[in-house]
Ligand binder design. Structure first.
Ligand code: NAD
Length: 503
């Protein structure tokens, strides 16, 4: 087990065919605690040969796993759910230690991951087919069954190192496929622990495998002829690449990308009631969520109040090590991320935005080596500015005042991304117009983080999603299975002897 309290720095391993194996890879990367800069582990960057070994065992495991009845497959997930439940707190602490988000945020992440396992436990109902007697013609029945396809893989990002893997593999495996997970090399430790729990569950060897690595491992998965499909979550640039490359190789692909989400604040918004929701949406996980809202669009008279209330609340946020009680804003994931975020704020100021709150020089005296960025609010951010166009992925809000709801909707729809958007209002007509016209996959109405529950698809549009079927819920069941239509006709002569023939 990898524990942040151990002084010994571990080298992580792959889990292939039910065994912990050291990759043949010669390259490795450091994993550091973003609050302290302490070295936590070395993660090997698996080679093509390491990936091929995982694909081979997953392909061999497929034949008997697909023949295991769905109810029996589901039982492994009941057991996994129980183990995750028992290790909730330990898992949350690992997430905070290697990724930086506050412990409360990490606990929420663990909860959302477990909910996907719970949903996958319903696989017999979820993957059930349907049929119709005489559906094709008189005496000819028609039905559809959903069959697993073989080996699938998921490639996941750093910002939810626990949860996002559970958007995929429980459904794929419960459907009868076998699987390879490639977590982010930036914070891969929590998955090492999850796979120790998976080992305790006792899935048949090769059904679920872990391969650590980066670009070479990803390319090997995208190119391997025995991989049927790829689930990806990460930046738009990588999502586009993965989508084009893997679909060019004839694979199924679902690839979720980056985001730049906006909150529209109407003049009648109840800020007393919803301020904490808006704050959580902007500064939760230090803004490193694909559903984080990084643009506030106050409509007409809403601007001054929104600016004042948000600035007051943000200025009070307690910055520090996410493991400590009372800390509301943790570090960002790496020194490189901190430098990129600081540069983005600087570009906003240079392009004419007003820094109402400037977190560029934030320091936490007890943690002088941590990768901290303080809460930042830039006002008068216009659509030409880099801070308006690009995903910053840090605790930075841009305020773009607009004169009407129509203008806000036009601006949102003109954006490259289409992950989420929220409106805060007490007016049902305005809310309906927003829901109807806004071109994002997830919409919040007086909700700051429009995160779909496990049994709903995690939607996304435009450059935030490439593919057709989304992560989570029934979309994933369709993604991980092939529909097969069976049309059946029997006549009296087809089987003998038959007594009492007739319909
Ligand atoms: P990333 O694209 O850098 O990395 C994601 C994964 O791709 C990692 O496993 C990484 O090893 C791999 N990868 C990175 N570069 C690669 C390359 N050139 N070739 C092959 N593989 C490569 O993303 P990240 O920084 O880890 O995650 C943050 C991004 O993820 C943000 O843009 C965020 O919005 C997005 N995200 C989106 C969603 C969503 O549902 N739309 C959810 C979470 C995160």
């Amino acid at each position: 087990m990898v524990s942040p309290t151990r002084s010994q720095v571990q080298t992580l391993r792959n889990y292939i065919g039910g065994q912990w194996v050291s990759p043949q890879a010669t390259e490795a990367q450091e994993v550091r605690n973003p609050a302290t800069d302490e070295l936590l582990a070395h993660v090997p960057l698996s080679s093509q040969a390491d990936v091929a070994a995982a694909v081979d065992v997953a392909a061999s495991a497929f034949l008997s796993w697909r023949a295991t009845p769905p109810q029996e497959r589901a039982r492994y997930f009941f057991k996994l759910r129980q183990l995750l439940e028992e290790h909730r707190e330990e898992l949350a602490r690992l997430i905070t230690t290697e990724m930086g988000k506050t412990l409360d945020d990490a606990r929420g992440e663990v909860q959302r991951g477990i909910e996907n396992v719970e949903t996958a436990c319903g696989i017999p109902s979820l993957m059930m087919g349907y049929g119709l007697e005489d559906g094709a013609a008189r005496g000819i029945d028609e039905e559809v069954i959903f069959q697993p396809l073989g080996v699938f893989a998921a490639i996941t990002p750093f910002n939810f190192p626990f949860m996002i893997s559970f958007w995929f593999w429980p459904y794929a495996v419960a459907c009868g496929n076998t699987f390879i997970l490639k977590p982010s090399e930036q914070d891969p430790i929590v998955q090492q622990r999850v796979f120790e729990l998976i080992e305790q569950v006792g899935f048949p060897a090769g059904v679920i495998n872990l391969v650590n690595g980066a670009k070479e491992a990803v390319n090997s998965l995208l190119d391997h002829p025995k991989i049927q499909g790829i689930s990806f979550v990460g930046s738009t640039k990588t999502a586009q690449y993965v989508y084009a490359h893997a679909s060019g190789n004839g694979k199924r692909v679902q690839a979720s990308g980056g985001a730049k989400n906006a909150i529209v604040v109407m003049p009648d918004a109840d800020l007393d009631m919803y301020l904490s929701t808006i704050m959580n949406s902007c500064f939760g996980a230090a803004g490193q969520r694909c559903l984080a809202n990084s643009l506030i669009m106050p409509v007409a008279g809403a601007h001054d109040q929104a600016r004042e209330r948000l600035t007051q609340a943000a200025a009070k946020l307690h910055l520090g090590n996410g493991l400590q009680k009372g800390v509301e804003l943790g570090p960002v994931v790496s020194a490189a991320a901190r430098d990129r975020i600081v540069a983005a704020i600087t570009s906003g100021v240079e392009e004419g935005a007003e820094a109402v709150l400037d977190g560029r020089n934030a320091r936490v005296p007890e943690y002088p080596h941590g990768y901290f960025v303080g809460p930042t609010i830039l006002d008068q951010v216009s659509p030409q500015m880099r801070v308006y166009r690009e995903e910053i992925f840090g605790p930075v809000i841009g305020m773009t005042p607009v004169s009407s709801l129509d203008e806000a909707i036009e601006l949102i729809n003109a954006k490259e991304y289409g992950n989420a958007a929220s409106i805060f209002t007490q007016n049902g007509f305005a809310a309906r117009k927003f829901r109807y016209r806004v071109q994002t996959g997830n919409i919040g109405i007086n909700v700051g983080v429009a995160a779909p529950m496990a049994y709903f698809p995690f939607s996304g549009a435009k450059s935030s999603f490439f593919g057709t079927l989304h992560p989570q819920g029934r979309d994933v069941v369709r993604f991980y299975t092939e529909s097969k239509v069976v049309i059946t006709r029997w006549t009296p002569g087809d089987s003998t002897p038959v007594v009492g023939v007739g319909r």
